[in-house]
Design a protein around this ligand. Structure first.
Ligand code: PLP
Length: 364
């Protein structure tokens, strides 16, 4: 539980504190929702970023048509919070998880991705035994070389199996162009994204020509929302990171949604004028996309992370003293948020609320 009372000013928060600038987050939610409010492509934001039913409800209230998530455990948390239309953009395998999935389908409109005939058969059997009709998207590998059946004939064959399964309802197809979303050159990002999404749309049309209705064609991310989200034939996009942003997307790729997420830390040790240590290490910050950036005070860089220490080097700013606060922008919001139990929600720099990150750690 947060040690900081409501009404605490940001510099006085107990640390380390994951801070949500709620005005920036509200603006990001509205801006993305407005881009897709009138269709034909609609927004189904990815909750793997924020892992919070409150933020998911805000996205729905702003115009999103449903929520995407990566894990069954996340979907269960969202469903328990009353969210009705949930895409698990991932495969669910194994008897235990499939039992949980068909149970969830009994009381919320959950959809799941498939890319394998055996998995299709297992889902079908479990759904029939439970007396539910499980909604399914066939996932295609559109170039990321992660999950997904190949576009064209292999996807058609799998879709035909799904369509012939009484326990399943084929809703459409999905892909994820994860290999293009961080391409810095805008023209190259556009060309490679369009080439990928074309595979998805062409396969949707192939299915239709074989008499298989395809309602949903889903793909897209923060980095490609204006490319995939404007591509003819796509019906939904799955952008997630835009809600809080991070320095990978904003500084490296140039996506200009506002920073809504920082980590506030305290200086615990200053062994030399040009070196300091903070109470935020690898258990508070992540470095899978590189080291996070210090935004305040200026002139100090984060140069390393050990378990409970962040290593700071002075490149020009004023000296630091123990107890001083340091504010850091994560390089990857999704993995950073997953380390924390709660958001410190700040409005005009004052603590307004503490929200649990209810789906944090729900990796199963
Ligand atoms: C399946 C899927 N869809 C969409 C996204 C897009 O998310 P973001 O907007 O955070 O890049 C991801 C990111 O990992 C993903 O795995």
């Amino acid at each position: 539980m947060s040690q900081s009372p409501i009404g605490t000013a940001k510099p006085d928060l107990d640390t380390p504190a994951l801070c949500l600038d709620i005005e920036a987050v509200e603006a990001n939610i509205k801006r993305m929702a407005d881009l897709f409010r009138d269709g034909p492509v609609r927004l189904r934001p990815h909750a793997k970023t924020h892992k919070s039913p409150i933020l998911a409800q805000m996205q729905l209230a702003a115009g999103a048509i449903g929520i995407t998530c990566a894990k069954l455990g996340e979907a269960e948390v969202l469903a328990a919070a009353g969210i009705k239309d949930i895409l698990i953009a991932n495969q669910i395998t194994g008897a235990g998880k499939i039992a949980r999935l068909v149970n969830l389908a009994g009381y919320t409109a959950v959809m799941v991705a498939v890319d394998d005939a055996t998995n299709v058969a297992e889902l079908d059997t479990a759904a029939q035994a439970k007396g539910v009709r499980l909604r399914v998207l066939v996932e295609l590998n559109i170039g990321m070389e992660r999950c997904g059946v190949l576009p064209g004939e292999p996807a058609l064959a799998l879709a035909q199996r799904v369509a012939a399964s009484p326990g399943l309802r084929l809703e459409g197809v999905m892909g994820y162009e994860g290999h293009t979303v961080f391409i810095q050159d805008p023209q190259e990002r556009r060309e490679k994204t369009e080439a990928s999404v074309e595979l998805l749309v062409d396969t949707a049309n192939l299915l239709r020509r074989h008499g298989i209705p395809v309602k949903i064609v889903s793909s897209g991310s923060t980095g490609t929302h204006l490319i995939t989200g404007r591509y003819p034939g796509v019906t939904e996009i799955q952008a997630g990171s835009y809600i809080t942003m991070d320095s990978q997307y904003r500084d490296e790729v140039g996506i200009d949604f506002a920073y809504g997420l920082t980590v506030l830390a305290s200086v615990t040790s200053v062994p030399a004028p040009d070196r300091a240590f903070i109470d935020a290490g690898l258990k508070t910050l992540t470095r899978d996309f590189g080291l996070p950036k210090v935004i305040d005070p200026p002139g100090w860089d984060l140069t390393g992370l050990s378990e409970e220490h962040g290593h700071l080097h002075r490149a020009g700013g004023a000296p630091l003293r123990t107890g001083d606060k340091v504010e850091i922008v994560p390089n990857h919001g999704c993995t950073t948020i997953n380390l924390h139990d709660e958001y410190h929600v700040l409005r005009q720099g004052v603590l307004e609320a503490v929200w649990p990150i209810a789906a944090r750690g729900k990796v199963s």
